[in-house]
Design a binder for this molecule. Structure first.
Ligand SMILES: CSCCC(=O)C(=O)COP(=O)(O)O
Ligand SMILES: [Zn+2]
Length: 205
């Protein structure tokens, strides 16, 4: 490994650690919930180890996987949801970071909804999502039933991947959001979580 690629790896690991801290500050990664990944400019993928608190990540908690989701070191165990990250990287070469959190709003709202999508309309903050320039728009956020078989869940997610400007929700579980880099993924996650919290509040009125 060259000095240059070492630097890339260190930056990616720091991005993941800092994003985990930020998600924890917002209450989106309770207990051992959530997982985070970052694709490097050279194509390598850094992802969180399975288990452990994502708000207190250290350098060895971020490990390298190949594009199929296999840890480069077979002794290491990457996130149980690794395939949901790698399917996004495979679908879009512009994606540089993927975040998964378990917020109260995403969990409660998706359990209250019967359908396969949540409609968000009229919010100024919708403009945080790709291609949106006005509040006067409607975004459908896909909601998939939870499944402990992540490979099977990935096959259910796959057909809708092209039309997810705000990410997607797994019912009773959490959200998946991504971006061209970690900063963008965090902004989108913050935007989606804000809107989910708004929807939850609206239902109480
Ligand atoms: C107690 S959280 C259950 C697993 C999960 O949904 C999650 O996000 C964390 O799994 P990981 O293997 O990435 O730690
Ligand atoms: Zn999860």
């Amino acid at each position: 490994m060259t000095q240059f690629s070492d630097r890339l790896w260190s930056e990616a690991v720091q991005d993941v650690i800092q994003a985990g801290e930020r998600m924890d500050q917002r209450g989106w990664v309770p207990a051992t919930a959530g997982n985070l990944s970052r694709r490097l400019e050279d194509g390598r993928i850094a992802i969180t180890r399975s288990g452990g608190h994502k708000g207190f990540l250290t350098v060895p908690d971020v490990i390298e996987i190949d594009p199929a989701g296999r840890p480069i070191d077979p002794m290491q165990k990457s996130s149980a949801e690794t395939l949901l990250h790698t399917q996004l990287y495979a679908a879009d070469p512009l994606i540089g970071a993927v975040l998964h959190g378990h917020s109260v709003a995403a969990t409660v709202l998706s359990m209250a909804l019967a359908g396969s999508s949540l409609t968000l309309a009229g919010y100024e903050l919708l403009k945080v999502f790709e291609g949106q320039s006005t509040h006067d728009t409607v975004i459908d956020v896909p909601v998939f039933d939870n499944d402990q078989d992540i490979a099977r869940l990935a096959t259910v997610v796959a057909p809708r991947l092209g039309a997810m400007p705000a990410g997607y929700i797994i019912r009773g579980h959490g959200v998946y959001v991504w971006g061209r880099d970690m900063k963008m993924a965090l902004a989108r996650l913050e935007g989606l979580e804000f809107l989910l919290a708004c929807e939850l509040e609206r239902r109480k009125l």
